[in-house]
Design a protein around this ligand. Structure first.
Ligand code: TRH
Length: 380
């Protein structure tokens, strides 16, 4: 007799921006598509969700999207059974009625907190440890990460093959970019820019504009646009706007769905990314990158930044690593990066090789969805 499918509930509260929903939506889809699980995703902010999944109907309390049952997190919690596996993303607080439903199950569910991504060493020691308990139900810490002994990174099956095929196919790239209205000049380097507000941007754009190599800068609609507009000397910027300053062309792109954003990263020679999910996607693109880390109280994000740099740069020469570290640290501190950019450009082939090598090394780890499923198997 066929076994009933395991039911998974994922809970997401959108704190700000798109990372919370970006990560949980990606995970939910992968669990449903690749592990044949019954997945419900509870989200409190469907408007943020709609930005990365335009098919979503924000007026519906329940709907199916790409094999996942999407539920709007209600104010009044309906009577519902708790699932076999419950994932609270980023320490979000579950509704008390749902916690009671978990405790009432004959066999308690596996309850996990999916934590934020960090390259810090302590993550290995904390991954899989028990957290709080509610009645008979024990919560467990599940940490994504870059090192063996962590939960790994989200990576869909066949992702790197798709990426490689696309990067080896100039015609597919041309068509993809053209559909977004992007037609780079021959020989121009393509850079994507997804970042928080950053006072250090102007110095980078100064250097790109004065460069002998033309640059086509693609800026998805978002928080950095104000800084770009100020540098251009225009009042505001909107999707489709196109401005040229010497060797630099700046184009504003619409916010696209997640898989298209991947393709954008794959097309670019260099990607500036932020937060958590786009940061991981840029690593899978195998191209040099720049991370605008999400700021946290008491500057604890700076430790996270350095922990990542120490791992990511370990295959680089001392000089190249110093150049890259200088660039990344200045960018996340909002300091001018023009000179750091010029310094990093001296080591370009090395940075390119390192980006691909890092991507391949990370792909040797089990992906996060598979690691979660394996964790559940071991647990039962
Ligand atoms: O949006 P972010 O800054 O998100 C987060 C949140 O701030 C969160 O609270 C914080 O904890 C976390 O950062 C560290 O950056 P992130 O994580 O890269 O999420 C952006 C998502 O948007 C990601 O899934 C990629 C997606 N995206 C698109 O789908 N299309 C686009 O055009 C772009 C630019 C991004």
């Amino acid at each position: 007799m066929a076994q009933p499918k395991t039911r998974w509930d994922i809970f997401c509260t959108v704190v700000d921006n798109y990372g919370d929903i970006g990560v949980t939506w990606r995970l939910a889809r992968q669990l449903a598509a690749e592990h044949a699980l019954v997945v419900r995703l509870w989200v409190d902010d469907l408007r943020a969700f709609e930005r990365i999944c335009p098919e979503l109907d924000i007026h519906l309390d329940a709907q199916w999207q790409q094999g996942v049952e999407v539920r709007h997190w209600p104010t009044e919690w309906p009577e519902t059974d708790a699932a076999d596996v419950v994932i609270a993303a980023f320490a979000c607080q579950l509704p008390s009625a749902y916690m009671d439903a978990m405790a009432e199950r004959e066999k308690p569910p596996l309850w996990m907190n999916l934590d934020y991504l960090s390259a810090e060493d302590w993550v290995v020691g904390c991954h899989g440890l028990p957290s709080v308990k509610y009645k008979s139900v024990q919560k467990i810490f599940f940490f994504p990460g870059f090192q063996a002994g962590t939960g790994g990174l989200l990576r869909e099956s066949g992702l790197l093959d798709r990426r490689r095929r696309f990067q080896q196919d100039p015609e597919s790239q041309r068509q993809f970019l053209q559909a977004l209205g992007v037609v780079p000049a021959p020989g121009a380097q393509l850079i994507s820019l997804f970042a928080y507000e950053n006072a250090g941007l102007a110095s980078w754009l100064d250097v790109l504009a004065a460069d002998s190599t033309p640059t086509h800068l693609l800026v998805p609609e978002g928080r950095i646009l104000g800084d770009v507009a100020r540098w251009l000397g225009v009042e505001s910027l909107a999707v489709g706007d196109f401005n040229v300053r010497q060797a630099l062309t700046v184009q504003v792109l619409p916010f696209v769905r997640q898989d298209q954003y991947d393709q954008l990263l794959w097309c670019c020679d260099f990607n500036a990314v932020r937060g958590e999910d786009s940061f991981v996607r840029a690593q899978w693109a195998g191209r040099p990158m720049l991370w605008h880390i999400y700021q946290q109280d008491e500057d604890i994000h700076l430790d996270k930044l350095d922990a990542f740099l120490a791992l990511y740069g370990k295959g680089l020469s001392t000089e190249a690593a110093e150049a890259m570290n200088g660039l990344w640290r200045a960018w996340s501190a909002g300091q001018p990066i023009g000179q750091h950019w010029l310094e990093a450009r001296k080591y370009w082939p090395e940075l390119q090789e390192n980006a691909e090598a890092w991507c391949l090394e990370q792909a040797l780890q089990a992906d996060l969805a598979t690691a979660l499923v394996q964790f559940y198997r071991n647990w039962i």
